[in-house]
Design a protein around this ligand. Structure first.
Ligand code: ADP
Ligand code: F6P
Length: 462
């Protein structure tokens, strides 16, 4: 029998993506997104296994060990990528769970592929986990896995954590085969969400759709008690602090500032290029401030890092075109030779470069229309050991519940974004420190280790 593991994480993506070079050669690179940032230190710490996809269509490569983790790839065919990943996960569930800021599409073949791929993930986890072990399933791509896994392996403790928002009851009700998704999640012993309201929505739905009788944080189902509660996710604070204290990273931050124009104040956006992130609203607000003369290209510069994401999905291609058009328009209208008001980077970065940007930024601008948490907000705060810098943060990011002294903003209201940007730019050193200190305390007290420990303790993992 092949080797088994006491602790197994199951997520759509492995922490590394397979990259195919121009010459057809294959290598591995860190995968995009908050889930990987959050989970990697935990799986490493437990010497656990990770079941996930490589990011490329085709047969799964052999399992391998790296960085203290055992990685077990699951293969997705071109069709699976099309229907399960780009279709049901990112064309149906993702927009619906983010307040339908883009119109969700409903297709039967997508739902069928979602089910069959979920089954494959469940089977892989069932094979890999030791008797009485713990499996932690993650995110909206795998909501059927807990029930499928329980059927295969009733001896396991099964946890599930949703990294994205869980929608209000009325929106969830739009989903075809909605009851099946709920039953899928109820296969877990513990279902975790970013916010308490999400857990309440879920419990309420178990009453409405399945006729169960939820009580506060629990519901009885199939002879078991399922607990649903909030566990706001966080970051590896020590990793960010270590980078921020590194003299090379600090020198890089100074170099960046210098190259961007000496004493121009630096606004920074760092997002996956996703329509939930409010990048267009942010650019619109900045463009209007330049147009009405409230800020000038001589005084201020915006660096927008947009990580490529889901680029085969039409909505993402269209978003890219709109954002790049907007950047071009602003630079064309308000730029000067050798001095652009927006620096736009459509690329991935390493952790040190990101932290250098955080240190260089006077104002971090985070304006999602809806976001489960937003780890970039917490990373910015953790990096600011100097208690300086200002955070403009959407009320619709999960992080807003903890980072209450940020300049909070309604991202649907461009006037409000303009107001918040100006308040942040005008905050003096004293006000910046007064706002930054409590946010730093909050993030340091609630780092990723505490999050994982809270979840796994509640799950009953020893
Ligand atoms: P999401 O999970 O929706 O992508 P989060 O803000 O929660 O959003 O997490 C994003 C994660 O990806 C953060 O850890 C951030 O540091 C990382 N990240 C964002 N942009 C880049 C980039 N250009 N290159 C590398 N990592 C990035
Ligand atoms: O939680 C948001 C999320 O979907 C994660 O599951 C994932 O890590 C990240 O965004 C990146 O998305 P994708 O895996 O589709 O590139």
């Amino acid at each position: 029998m092949s080797e088994t593991y006491e602790f197994v994480v199951v997520a759509n993506r492995l922490p590394v993506d397979e990259v195919v070079g121009a010459d057809g050669g294959r290598s591995w690179a860190r995968s995009p997104g908050g889930l990987v940032s959050a989970l990697q230190p935990i799986v490493r710490g437990h010497g656990g296994a990770w079941v996930g996809w490589t990011g490329q269509p085709g047969d799964a490569p052999e399992p391998f060990d790296t960085d203290g983790m055992h990685l077990h790839p699951v293969g997705l065919s071109e069709d699976d990528v099309d229907r399960y990943y780009e279709g049901q996960s990112n064309g149906t569930i993702w927009p619906l769970f983010h307040d339908a800021v883009e119109q969700p599409t409903h297709r039967r073949p997508w739902r069928q592929a979602y089910e069959s791929v979920n089954r494959r993930f469940a089977e892989a986890a069932a094979q890999l986990t030791a008797v009485d072990g713990t499996v932690w399933v993650h995110d909206y791509q795998l909501m059927l896995v807990p029930a499928m896994l329980r059927e295969l392996r009733p001896d396991l403790r099964i946890g599930f954590f949703l990294h994205i928002p869980f929608p209000p009851v009325e929106l969830f009700m739009q989903l075809p085969r909605r009851a099946e998704l709920l039953r899928g999640l109820l296969g877990a012993d513990l279902v975790g969400f970013q916010r308490p309201l999400a857990a309440q929505n879920f419990l309420q739905l178990t009453g409405r759709l399945l006729g169960l009788d939820p009580q506060e944080q629990h519901v009885e189902y199939d002879g078991r008690t399922v607990t649903a509660r909030a566990f706001p996710i966080s970051i590896d604070v020590a990793e960010v602090e270590k980078l921020a204290a590194d003299p090379d990273v600090q020198a890089e931050a100074r170099r960046m500032r210098h190259e961007l124009g000496g004493d121009r104040r630096l606004l920074l956006g760092v997002d996956r290029l996703d329509y939930t992130k409010g990048i267009e609203q942010r650019l619109e607000a900045y463009g209007e401030l330049l147009a009405d003369g409230t800020v000038s290209n001589d005084d201020v510069v915006l660096v927008q890092v947009a990580t490529p994401s889901r680029m085969r999905v039409q909505e993402y291609q269209e978003l890219r075109a709109r954002v790049e058009h907007q950047v071009g328009r602003i630079n064309g209208e308000f730029g000067a030779v050798g001095q652009a008001p927006v620096h736009y980077l459509f690329q991935s970065m390493n952790r040190a470069e990101l932290v250098a940007l955080y240190l260089a930024a006077d104002v971090m601008v985070i304006t999602p229309l809806r976001d489960g948490m937003n780890l970039v907000a917490k990373e910015y705060v953790a990096a600011r050991y100097d208690d300086q810098g200002a955070l403009v943060l959407s009320e619709f990011a999960g992080a807003a519940a903890e980072l209450t002294t940020a300049f909070q903003v309604n991202p649907h209201d461009v006037e409000d974004i303009k107001r918040a940007l100006m308040d942040a730019l005008n905050a003096d050193a004293g006000e910046q420190a007064e706002r930054m200190r409590p946010m730093r305390d909050q993030v340091r007290d609630h780092d990723i280790d505490r999050w994982a420990q809270d979840f796994l303790t509640a799950l009953g993992k020893s």
